[in-house]
Design a protein around this ligand. Sequence first.
Ligand SMILES: Cc1ncc(COP(=O)(O)O)c(C=O)c1O
Length: 407
Amino acid sequence: MSLDQIFATRASRMKASEIRELLKLLDQPGIISFAGGIPDPALFPADEFAEAFAAALEPSHQAQALQYSVSEGYLPLRQWIVDQMAGIGIACGVENVLITSGSQQALDYLGKLFLSPGDTALVGWPTYLGALAAFNAYEPRYDQLSINGNRPAADYADAAAISGRVKFAYLSADFANPTGETVDLRGREALLDLAEELDCAVIEDAAYQALRYDGEAVPPILSLEIARKGSIEACRTVYCGSFSKTLSPGLRVGWVVAAQPVIAQMVLLKQAADLHSSTINQMAIARVAERCFDTHILKLRAVYQRRRDAMLDALSRHMPEGVQWTRPEGGMFVWLTLPPGVDGGALLERSLDTVRVAFVPGQAFFADGSGANTLRLSFSCTDEAVIEGGIRRLGELLRSQQPERVC
Ligand SMILES: Cc1ncc(COP(=O)(O)O)c(C=O)c1O
């Protein structure tokens, strides 16, 4: 007997992430990678972290830094987050904040909290692959969240009723992974209306929210709901934040802001899963955030904006007719739609063999397995000259893919 015969049914829904498998190939010499959606390590505030960890290990702090701590998270960090949230229109108290081990952990907990097998999660087509991976374990069905669409709530509810009900709508409203797109104010309000009608939660994934390069900031969905209802305690939106794209992903520190009953239940989940996030990492993040978050963000924005501009410029010069792409106002991603019939997965294989440019084929981001003719490019880790070279090479490859003209 092999043990895989007795895995729980949920295991069959867990698949190796295409992105992680792919990242293994990228160390090969000569590859230009637009694949990983990760921050540029050259931009980590490493000196500030060295100082912060040294401070946490000083005799006066080391007992706390190396000890177990409370599941809710390190209080000064939660307080810093409360102040930060106030700055973007989210009035809350420390009792509304839970520190998680990255926002990925929050997505897992929210899946666990809301989804019984057969319940429906509304997600974008495409959506963040890691959210699908987190939710899959709880055996939901997915339905397409069309924010500005004209699909009435009853339509979603009827479709969900086959095996459960709609439990939440999940989205990244700012500079989404993978598309780079932002939901406008009307779309956010429409989403809140839909959630009211469906009586479901809204999971607002704000992983990239701080990385806006141009255009007007749009208020977070949670802030719009607080404005409607007068208090966070009446809100159905759960906001997931992260320090991964701003300070460091390696420390695994994220946070959730929500009404207290949701936080209380998530604290129980955290106690059962990992007791609390690393104490010393939370202390280091709190110290670095207090000392340099705002100036550091300005630096990140300046660098990533130049790279975004370089990628959009190179795309407009090198892509053949029939290829379309998004124009993100922030974040790390540009999303390409290729002519029908061009398969992103097959293109990647050919690209690695010939022009040696890596990207992520788009299909994995679609819960329904569509999107074969799409791909995601990240501009965060390559400088402008490399971006130009990589996009030129990708353009040449795509041009060679065009169907032969019949004369
Ligand atoms: C949209 C989105 N949400 C959440 C995450 C998870 O980030 P972390 O767990 O590092 O906070 C990522 C990481 O790439 C992401 O792109």
